[in-house]
Design a protein around this ligand. Structure first.
Ligand SMILES: NC(=O)c1ccc[n+]([C@@H]2O[C@H](COP(=O)([O-])OP(=O)(O)OC[C@H]3O[C@@H](n4cnc5c(N)ncnc54)[C@H](OP(=O)(O)O)[C@@H]3O)[C@@H](O)[C@H]2O)c1
Length: 327
């Protein structure tokens, strides 16, 4: 039940579930300071407290989230709440825009700027945000090795990498005496492709932890949206006809009821945890953080897993085409 995961090449252990902080400080997709007037520093602080108190101590951010605002907010939380800060593991990301040709220097500069915003001397995990650099995997592995050697990152990972790209960068890191710790991909009941397409198996073989982003289909699997109440903002992940998603949510409700009143979000997250993957759902407030933490501490049975495997939607094979639509 709810196994923790060690990040390869380090002594860092992360819990079975983390928290994604893209929404913290982001205006255009998540509406802070815009369509969502309830997403405030106070609501974020409550989400932070509730998560850590429930054992969700792993936080994912990126230099591009809110143009650094997500990291700045985490920096404030870390500084103002020293007791909880001591329990926290932070992952951030380098966006390898193709114009960052001198990737070694660019990656180190980005990480130093992230650390500045976070008010930390190092992060536990530093990830390459996507396979979009014009530079070789060797050059990017070299850049990652440099920040580990400099003590700025305890472990390194990637995001949005296919199985073959994961193998390539893992081999390049290995040549430099490093391990690839993680690959962060879109994985949910609205995109089961990483499971059926073999990416999870490849990562398991390589000892790479898979982090599941948009695990709630950007809110679509929570049960609060439906065909006549679509999610606001430009949420590009987990997109399917809402009528199709409504049926899946009904199944989640049915299974949740069987397990003593678990809600659709909790069942959707538990399905991911049961696959040995670490979901990193976003939470904007205490209620969402508490609910999501309720995915921990219980199990789905074999029948539930079979039903959910059958009901899960394949989703896109690759997200390359829409990579530029988000941070
Ligand atoms: N590496 C990448 O390329 C990449 C891409 C995307 C995301 N990510 C990471 O993954 C994290 C999570 O993904 P995501 O934020 O896109 O999607 P998500 O976790 O599937 O959905 C998060 C949103 O769902 C709603 N929500 C969450 N919990 C809820 C609950 N219990 N009840 C009702 N509504 C709830 C909230 O929005 P509303 O209240 O507004 O509905 C929340 O912002 C991000 O924060 C980021 O760290 C990485």
């Amino acid at each position: 039940m709810d196994a923790t995961h060690q990040l390869a090449g380090s002594d860092v252990t992360i819990p079975a579930m983390g928290l994604g902080t893209w929404a913290w400080g982001d205006k255009s997709t998540w509406g802070m300071g815009g369509y969502d007037s309830e997403l405030t520093m106070a609501s974020i602080e409550e989400a932070w407290e509730a998560s850590i108190d429930a054992g969700v101590t792993f936080f994912d951010t990126a230099e591009v989230y809110g143009n650094g605002e997500s990291e700045r907010i985490i920096g404030k939380l870390l500084a103002n709440d020293v007791t909880r800060a001591s329990k926290v593991t932070i992952a951030s990301k380098f966006m390898p825009f193709p114009w960052k040709v001198e990737v070694k220097g660019a990656l180190e500069r980005s990480l130093r700027a992230s650390l500045d915003r976070l008010g930390r001397e190092s992060v536990e995990l530093y990830q390459i945000h996507g396979p979009i650099s014009f530079r070789s995997q060797a050059a990017q592995a070299e850049a990652l090795a440099r920040v580990v050697q400099a003590g700025l990152a305890k472990s390194v990972g990637v995001s949005n990498y296919s199985a073959s790209e994961t193998r390539d960068i893992a081999a390049q890191l290995e040549r430099r005496g490093l391990k690839l710790a993680s690959n962060q991909v879109e994985f949910s009941l609205l995109r089961r492709d990483p499971d059926s397409g073999g990416l999870l198996a490849t990562c398991a073989e390589l000892g790479v932890v898979v982090l599941a982003y948009s695990p709630l289909g950007q809110g679509r699997l929570t049960g609060k949206y439906n065909a006549s109440n679509l999610p606001p903002g430009k949420r590009n992940f987990g997109r399917h006809p809402m009528e199709q998603i409504d049926k899946l949510v009904e199944e989640l409700r049915r299974i949740g009821t069987k397990h003593g009143g678990k809600n659709p979000s909790q069942v959707a997250l538990k399905w991911i945890i049961a696959k040995g993957v670490v979901p990193i759902p976003g939470a904007k407030n205490r209620r969402q953080a508490d609910e999501n933490a309720g995915a921990l501490g219980w199990d789905l049975d074999e029948d539930d897993l079979k039903i959910l495997d059958g009901a899960a939607l394949l989703g896109p094979k690759s997200i390359q085409g829409r990579f530029w639509q988000h941070g």
